[in-house]
Design a protein around this ligand. Sequence first.
Ligand code: HT7
Ligand code: ZN
Length: 868
Amino acid sequence: PATIYLKDYKEPDFLIETVDLTVELGEEETIVTSRLAIKRNDETATKLSLNGEHLTLQSVKMDGHMLTPDEYSVTDEWLHLPVAAITSEFSLEIITRIKPQENTALEGLYKSSGNFCTQCEAEGFRRITYFLDRPDVMAIFTTTIVGDGDRYPVMLSNGNLTLQETLPDGRKRVTWQDPHPKPAYLFALVAGDLAVVEDKFTTRSGRDVKLQIFVEKGNEDKCDHAMTSLKKSMKWDEEKYGREYDLDIFMIVAVSDFNMGAMENKGLNIFNSKYVLASPETATDADFDGIESVIAHEYFHNWTGNRITCRDWFQLTLKEGLTVFRDQQFSADMNSAPVQRISDVQGLRAAQFPEDAGPLAHPIQPQSYVEINNFYTATVYEKGAEVIRMIHTILGEENFRKGMDLYFERHDGQAVTTEEFIAALEDGSGIDLTQFRRWYITPGTPEITVNEKFDAETGQYTLTLAQTNLKAGKDPEPLHIPLKLGLLDVNGNAVPFSDGPFKGETEGVFDLTKKRQSFTFSGFSTQPRASLFRGFSAPVKIRQESSDDALAFFFAKDEDLFNRWDAGQRLASNILLKQIEDAGDGTSLPSAFLDAFAETLSDKTLDRAFTAAALTLPGEQDIAQKMPVVDVDAIHRVREGARRQIGLTFEDDWRRIYEECENAPSPANQPASSSRKLKNTALSYLIATGQEEFITLADSQYRKSKNMTDSVAALAGLKDINHPVREAMFADYYEKWQKDALIVDKWFTLQAMATRESTIDDIKALMEHPAFTLRNPNRLRSLIGAFASGNPVYFHDKSGDGYRILSGVIAALNKTNPQIAARLVAPLGQWRRYDKDRQDLMVTELEKILKLPDLSDHVYEMANKSLH
Ligand code: HT7
Ligand code: ZN
C-alpha cells in the first residue's frame, strides 16, 4: 500500500464551488446524481481525478454533454477525466449506484437498524459519489433526498430544509441547502422512521435556533440530558469564546451502529447512541459525563473544525486537539475542575502514554500515513489537547483568548494548517512560540529528571530539571515546557516567591526551554518542597527520587488537588513496585502511606469524587508502565492484596462512608454523583476484605438500586468472584435489560474484565452468545475491546489464548469493517514490554495477521508497524 507524505502536499488542481446531490434511496440500491460546478485552480492541469470507491458508475456528463466510456477512465479508486487546458470552469453530472444495505464498513452511506445514515470523515464521501474528497475543497451543498415516505418519514441533511413534497409516484422528496461552504467529510444524510425531541436555544444576538434530537422510537424519554448538555454547550461557547451558532437549526441523530463516538457534520451531528441516550435507570454517572462531553465536543467543532477546517489530514490535531481541549475546559467549568483534570490525565496516561512509548508512536502532526483512519489516535486527540493546554498556560487566559479571536477572524471559512493556528496565537498574544512549535513534530513523552539543592547558609534552593526523550531521535532539540510550580514549607503552607517574575505569588509558570535548566529561589530558613507541574502543566513523565515521606507529604498537604492526587498515586505505585520486587503479596503497607490515606479518608472538606479518586489505587496498567518487563500476574497479586489490606485496615471508615453517602444528602455544591462515587469506592474496598457480609451488601445494593450507577457498581464488585450471588446477579441483569443494547454492552464488558480462572472460557462462551455480534462496533468493543485493553491478566494469559482470541476477531473483521479491525491491533503491538514467552506468542499472532488473505491497508499498517 502507498504511503502518503505531508511534504508532498499540493493544492488541488480544481475546486468544486457547488454540489447539487440527489440521492434516491432504494431497498436494493441507491442512485446518486451529483451535479458539480468546477473551477480550475492550476493553470497547467489537463486531467481531473475524482476519488470514488465501491461505486458503480452509470454516466458522466461534462457541460451537458454525455461522455462515452472511452472519454474517461475508472479504477477502483479514481475517475479520471481529461480537461482541455483552456477550460476554466465547467459542470459535471455524475450518476452512480451504491448499495448501502451491504455496507458493513460503516463509512459512506449505510444502514443502521433500518435507517439510512452516513459517516464521511475522513474519506467516506467517496463511497457515495465521485468527488474531490479532500478537506481543502470546500463547496456549497444542496441535497435532495427521494425515497419511500412511509419507511423513511424523516429525511435529513445539512443546512436548512427548503422543499418537502410528495412525487407523483408516491415517493417523498425533500431538499436541504447548506449555505456554508464545507468539505465533503462534513456532509451528512439520514433517512428513517425516527422520533424527534425538540427544544430551542436563543443565541446572544437574539436568534432562535431549533434544536432537534432524533432517536429510535421509544427512546424519546432518554434525551433530556443530551438536550441540556447541548444548550449548555451553546451558551458556554458564546461566553467563553464569543462563538455563536450560525444556522437556524441544529440536529442530532442517534444511531446504534457507529464506528466512533460521534460526528460533527454541519448542522446534523450523527452520534453513537451511547453518547445520547441516558436516564438514571439506564445509564451510569460516567455515561452522563461522557454524553455531556461528547455533545459539547461535536458542538464546539462547529467553529473549530467546520467554520475553520483542516487543509489536509496531517492537520487533524488542528481541529481535534483544539476541540478536545475546549470540551475539557467546558467539562471542568460544568463540574469539579480538579476531578475533571484527574480524569483527563488518567485517560491520557492510560491510552496515550503507551502509544507514545510503543511502535505506533507519532507526533501530534504525523508526517506520513498509509490509512488516515489509523491516525484518529490518543496522540492526535488527547496529547493534541495537552499541547493546546500548554499554549493556554504559557499565554495565560487573556492572551489565549486574544489569539483565538484572531484565529477565528483571520481564518473563518478556510482550510488551514497547524502553523497558521500557532501564527494566529502568536500574533494575537504577542508571545513568541517559535520553540514551542517543536511539540507538533516530536513523538514520545519527554522525561524530566529533577534534582534539588539547598544551601542552608545562603537560604538558596535550586531546582535543576533536565529533559530527555528517547523517541525523539538522537540528541533532540529541547522542547518549550511550561512548569507550573509552587513551593511549600515543612508544614505544607504555600511560600511566596521572594524574587523573580512571580515575586510575592505562591505559584508561577516557568519556561523550561533548555535541555538542562536550573531555577534558584532564595530566602528560606529550611528546605522548601517543590510541587512540580501543578495541574499536570505538561504531558511529561517526572523522574524524581522521592521518598515515601515526601510523597505522603504532598498527598496529605498539596493545595493543588491534581498534585495531591498524583502524589498519592506515585506513592502507591512505588510501594506496590517494591512489593513486586520483594515477591510480596501487597499486604504490608508502610505507615507513611496508611497515615496519609487515613488523613484523606477523614478530610470532609474534599469533594467526594476527589476523595474517591485519591483513595483508589493506580490501575494495573498504570503500574505496568513503570516496570521494565511487565509482570501482569505480580501486579494483580500485589494490587489486590493491597486493596484487601486497605479494606481491612479501614473497615470501620468504609462502613461509615458507605452509610453517609447512601443516607445523608450530598454536601452543598456537590452533585449526587460524587456521593455515589465515594460510596461505591467504599463498597469495592469492603468487598475486597473477602467477608461474606459485604457480598450481601452488594446484593442488597443491586436489589434496591434505582440507578444504573449503583447496579453496575454492585456487579463490578462481584465480577471477580465465584459465588452464587454473583451468578444470580448477572443472570438477573441480563434478563431484565436484554432489550436495551447499551445496557447489555455493560454486561459483556463487566464479564470481559473479570479476573476469574474461568475468564477465558467465559469470553469464548460469550462470543457464542446470541446477543454477541461482530457487526455492531459497540458490542464488539464491549467484549473484545474491553478484554484486550482492560483485562491485562487474562489477555496476557500464558496460554496465549487471549492473543489468539484477539487475532481471530481481527481476521474476521478485516474485510467487513477494517477500520475497527485495525483499532484492535494496538494491544498486540505492546509485545516488547513483556517476557520472552509472551513476546513470542504475540509476535506469532501479528505475523498471522500480516499473512491474512486480502489484508486491508488499515490492518496492514497497524500490524506491520507493530511488528517492526
Ligand atoms: N471528527 C469525528 C471523527 C470520526 C471518525 C473518523 C473516522 C472514522 C469514523 C469517525 N467517526 C467520527 C469525531 C470527533 O472527533 O469529533
Ligand atoms: Zn472531534
